[in-house]
Design a protein around this ligand. Structure first.
Ligand code: BGC
Length: 830
């Protein structure tokens, strides 16, 4: 074909079927398994090139696992949800698509729309909300935005992968109504409204069947919702041939060795798997290829986006990060105007080593990260900002940053890595920009017995330093000619993939002289999982601190001497990341104590919390102001300075309830019993359960769902309600900025049932919202559309969505705990 067929041509399906007919069974089967860690195979016979995938979702890592190919680091999903701003999601989607194309990536493995069923979920930061409707809205907007630029998005992890404990095998037991109304709902919206090209099946089981062979892949996903894209497995999730191939699972990742391949060809021959089922999978793959522009006979759906300018990336990420920060309360200490030249004491390890992103597969490698301390020094002047780490949460290896060490061979910036074969002969070498090293599916690693890594490090002060490394395997670590360690380092978790991605570290005290370089050498024999070339290593330093008493005393002294103290606390990689759940919601040891001590010496203290999900804040009532940053991406420090100084408003409204005490958390248990995790709370997830318990004297959360302050004040009037003939309801509501500066507000509409109902109902449920920006004194008349689905429930008798006649009521306000008067709405008729 000379002229490629337009992707939206009515002849496309016929064309794809014709291509399919040209393939043998073997060729079709080959298309369904990865040919590497991140790609699907090409098939020159039909003009199909290889399709490349990448994590996701808070940036696009690409196929490299270290700083060799840097990526923009976006705010975490919790932060994005916190903005409630679909226009920002749209712009982030455009950025993600541009990042993907710049790295030759066709498919981004995100967004994650599992729910915040419990705050203990280790991967909480990577998902949007505890509310299915809000998660679906934001997820669908993300999908549509990425795909509008011709890059595929992946709704993951389908479904009920809401916690990490025993995640590869756990059987989530969820009843039919709960599945439909809560856990499937965001996926439904991403498929039906967002038009997702891919869905990723999760590791876990649901109701006794593993998700990569679960009937839910056909019904409702494909048959009822009309999903015409491809179901890709989570990495290594497919562990059998026949069951998974006979199910709605379409693609198996990673490759090249998967349980499909020849075994599947054989199963088809033996009549164990239908040829038609395999044809359908291959057709879906071709449809996906057409969409992402991987078939030379079909024109791409969109012109590939141009790479973004560095400054444009930075300014969008800075805006989103600020717009996501949640100001929990403020006695007036904020904003801190820079023109008054205040003396600030910035306290906390996170001020220097803040967490811009969550760990695990979502991790990307940004070129630069603005640390909070750096951002504040920039905004307020370095001589107006003092710093002390205070009580340090836990020692962590900090990999050498770009430019901080030199290559012993050339003397230029970087670290030399030599690949040695089993005879000890080097067969390849390269210079890495930083002390982070990652290999996935790299054939050189498969041939390597030993990695020899060397760098020159020049200390900037004389005294005790801690140098070290991380990795799983056998290591010999030297400083100059001194061997500091030799021997094996084993994985510290049963989840092999996670253990490799977050390897254990070792660090050693050495006395060094300022300005005198030392040579650091790490000889490493990596343990490759099943021989697969996957490894992560690090080389770097650990911060050296005084005794806890000394550090605390210094923090107190600085805080006492300052006009305002800013104490920054948060979680660490070891307590909040992928692959495990959180045993406790408490901040790492010493952090609460640090906050208390600073509060005691400076009454004008702002507490900043840097975590991806909820933490306990026992000092909350005593703090003059508390600000949550989430994992705000690479512009962390710049955005924080914007918000604290008042250059921007903190725009976040909390998308998940934060508890005041662990005992109050509605769903605590994440440990399966005999492999099963019962979703006994049913539809009463998150704020729905908090509110259900409240009328009976239940505990109040620390931060109720939807809450968040800016720097102005608001009034939301009683809404006017109009019901259209199609059953949709429109609210019009006046939102007035009653304060003295321009601001953003989120007027949220919650439905509830006012009269007795034949079914168990949530206390109330989010059904719509309006995002308003207004000048001081201005009133904006906002429109909130409520869809017919918001009045429906899933009937387990009829296996369908139905609407119970009777009266519902709607309340609008600034969060579930800040709602105005109820307005009745009769259940809309069809
Ligand atoms: C995660 C997925 C991710 C995949 C590839 C898995 O462990 O669950 O979210 O996309 O790895 O990195």
């Amino acid at each position: 074909m000379n002229h490629p067929l337009p992707a939206d041509s009515p002849d496309l399906e016929a064309h794809l079927n014709a291509l399919l007919d040209k393939l043998t069974t073997q060729q079709k089967v080959r298309l369904l398994s990865g040919d590497s860690a991140w790609s699907l195979p090409a098939e020159p016979a039909i003009g199909l090139r290889s399709i490349v995938m990448s994590d996701g979702p808070s940036g696009v890592r690409g196929v490299s696992m270290d700083d060799r190919d840097p990526s923009a680091s976006l705010p975490s999903a919790t932060a994005v949800a916190s903005t409630w701003d679909l226009d920002l999601v749209d712009r982030l989607g455009a950025l993600i698509a541009a990042e993907a194309r710049a790295k030759n990536v066709d498919i981004v493995l995100g967004p994650t729309v599992n729910l915040h069923r419990t705050p203990r979920g280790g991967r909480h930061f990577e998902a949007f909300s505890e509310d299915p409707w809000l998660s679906g809205r934001i997820g669908a907007a993300y999908v549509a935005a990425v795909q509008a630029h011709g890059v595929g998005a992946t709704a993951k992890h389908y479904v009920a992968n809401d916690s990490e404990t025993e995640r590869l095998t756990v059987d989530a037991r969820v009843d039919e109504r709960t599945l439909r109304e809560v856990y499937l709902a965001p996926f439904e919206r991403m498929v039906v409204e967002g038009g997702a090209w891919l869905v990723m099946s999760s590791y876990n089981q649901v109701n006794g069947a593993t998700m990569s062979a679960n009937p839910l892949l056909r019904e409702p996903l494909k048959d009822e919702w009309g999903f015409d894209g491809a179901v890709v497995s989570d990495w290594t999730a497919v562990r059998d041939t026949v069951e998974s191939a006979a199910s709605g699972q379409d693609l198996v990742m990673p490759g090249p060795d998967t349980p499909w391949g020849d075994a599947l060809v054989e199963a088809i021959r033996a009549g164990k798997v239908d040829q038609a089922a395999v044809d359908d999978k291959a057709l879906r793959l071709l449809r996906l290829a057409a969409r992402v522009g991987a078939l030379d006979s079909v024109a791409p759906v969109a012109t590939p986006p141009a790479p973004w300018q560095h400054d444009d990336i930075r300014s969008l990420l800075r805006q989103v990060a600020a717009d996501a920060m949640v100001l929990v309360h403020n006695d007036g200490v904020l904003p801190i105007a820079a023109d008054t030249a205040p003396r600030l004491a910035v306290i906390g390890h996170h001020a220097r080593r803040g967490r811009n992103q969550g760990g695990g597969s979502a991790m990307v490698f940004p070129e630069t990260v603005v640390a909070p301390l750096e951002g504040l020094r920039e905004r307020y002047g370095a001589d107006h900002v003092t710093y002390a780490p205070g009580l340090v949460p836990s020692a962590e290896l900090v990999p050498f940053e770009r430019g901080s060490v030199t290559d012993p061979v050339t003397g230029g910036a970087g670290i030399r890595v030599r690949y040695l074969d089993p005879q000890g002969t080097p067969f390849a070498e390269e210079v890495f920009p930083s002390g982070r090293f990652g290999w996935l599916g790299d054939e050189r690693l498969a041939r390597t017995a030993t990695l020899q890594i060397t760098a020159h490090y020049t200390p900037d002060c004389t005294g005790r330093h801690r140098l070290g490394f991380a990795g799983i395997g056998r290591a010999t670590f030297r400083i100059d000619d001194r061997v500091l360690s030799t021997g094996p380092i084993a994985a510290d978790s049963d989840d092999v993939l996670q253990a490799i991605l977050n390897p254990p570290s070792r660090a050693f005290d050495v006395e060094l002289e300022a300005g005198r370089p030392v040579e650091i050498t790490l000889e490493f024999q990596p343990d490759l999982p099943g021989g697969f070339p996957l490894a992560r290593l690090a080389l770097g330093t650990e911060d050296v601190f005084g005794t806890p008493a000394e550090e605390l005393a210094q923090a107190e002294a600085l805080a006492a001497a300052a006009d305002i103290a800013i104490v920054i606390v948060g979680t660490t990689e070891t307590i909040e990341s992928e692959g495990f759940d959180r045993p406790t919601l408490a901040l790492p040891e010493g952090q609460d104590e640090l906050v208390r001590r600073v509060l005691a010496v400076n009454p004008r203290t702002v507490v900043v919390v840097n975590s991806g999900g909820p933490v306990l804040m026992p000092w909350l009532r005593d703090a003059p102001a508390t600000l949550l940053t989430w994992f705000p991406g690479q512009e962390f420090g710049a955005a924080l300075a914007d918000v604290l100084s008042g250059d921007r408003e903190p725009g976040g409204r909390i998308p998940t309830t934060w508890p005041a005490a662990e005992a109050d958390v509605p769903v605590w248990q994440v440990e399966p019993v005999d492999g099963r995790l019962e979703y006994t709370e049913g539809i009463h997830v998150g704020y729905r359960e908090w509110l259900r318990r409240n009328p009976t004297g239940g505990p109040a959360p620390a931060i109720p769902f939807g809450h968040g302050l800016g720097y102005t004040t608001w009034e939301i009037a009683k809404p006017a309600v109009e019901t259209a003939s199609d059953g949709s309801v429109t609210l019009t509501v006046d939102v007035t900025n009653t304060g003295s500066r321009r601001g953003k507000h989120v007027a949220q509409a919650y439905l509830s049932r006012t009269e007795p109902s034949a079914i168990d109902r949530p206390a109330c449920w989010l059904a719509g919202y309006a995002l308003v920006h207004a000048e001081p004194g201005a009133t904006v008349t906002a429109r909130i559309d409520i869809e017919p689905r918001s009045f429906e429930h899933w009937s387990t008798d009829e296996h369908a969505w139905i609407r119970e006649p009777g009266t519902f009521s709607i309340r609008v306000g600034a969060g579930v705990a800040e709602l105005g008067a109820a307005v009745d709405i009769p259940a809309p008729r069809d």
